[in-house]
Write a protein of this length. Structure first.
Length: 232
């Protein structure tokens, strides 16, 4: 049985003024349910950018970076619970673990519990790493390493890694594959350096793909969608 970690941006969940759009939640649920049916074990790290982007001053004032990141981590809790609610209403067994516990609703991450639960449940990881100054990309790399995932799926708005912004440059070149060293040394900013370094240390493959393509997650696990594979 293959175990994968899906890094999902909070922005994907938003549709206009709807912060957690039902069609996007349901799209994720249908694909994850099919993966479970196909004997995949699934962990998900979801960002909070649809609610608040940690590290950005989007309150109309100059907010301390560490405090902004704490707000961003709290936003991921909302998205994790929204995903769980959607999954459970469709009969998909799901548990949420946080970097810290949140009352009786979200238990704190404990590796021995998570490695057991992921065999029977989709596991959603909330709260980032639990520390400011680290992105949810780093949280995804960390959780993927801890659960001993076979693959880290990074869902984005573009179909892989380019040498420059494809929205600005018509001659931007997309890479089918890269090494960790190439991604780090050439500073391709699809994931932050800390996340890349952790994946490189753990020899954890990363596949970067466009989540807005039809059945993108289902196709990404088998590399049947255009994207960039980053390995040693």
């Amino acid at each position: 049985m293959q175990r994968v970690l899906l890094k999902l941006s909070g922005e994907y969940l938003q549709e206009g003024a709807e912060v957690c759009a039902s069609q996007h939640l349901q799209n994720i649920q249908k694909q994850v349910a099919q993966l479970r049916h196909n004997k995949f074990e699934i962990g998900i790290v979801v960002g909070g950018g649809n609610i608040f982007r940690g590290g950005k001053h989007n309150l109309g004032m100059d907010v301390d970076r560490c405090l902004a990141d704490q707000i961003g981590m709290a936003a991921t809790l909302v998205n994790a619970l929204a995903l769980q609610a959607c999954f459970l209403t469709q009969g998909l067994p799901t548990k949420v673990y946080g970097a810290q516990a949140l009352g009786n609703q979200i238990p704190a991450f404990q590796i021995e519990h998570v490695r057991q639960d992921i065999k029977t449940h989709v596991i959603i990881f909330a709260g980032g790493t639990g520390h400011p100054l680290f992105s949810t990309d780093t949280a995804a790399a960390l959780r993927a390493s801890e659960i001993q995932a076979d693959l880290l799926l990074k869902a984005t708005k573009v179909d892989g890694v380019y040498d420059k912004d494809p929205k600005k440059y018509d001659d931007a070149k997309r890479f089918d594959s890269l090494t960790y060293h190439e991604a780090l040394s050439k500073q391709y900013r699809v994931m932050d350096a800390c996340a890349f370094a952790l994946c490189m240390e753990q020899k954890l493959p990363i596949f970067i793909f466009n989540i807005f393509e039809k059945d993108a997650i289902l196709r990404a696990v088998n590399k049947q969608i255009k994207g960039t594979l980053i390995t040693a």
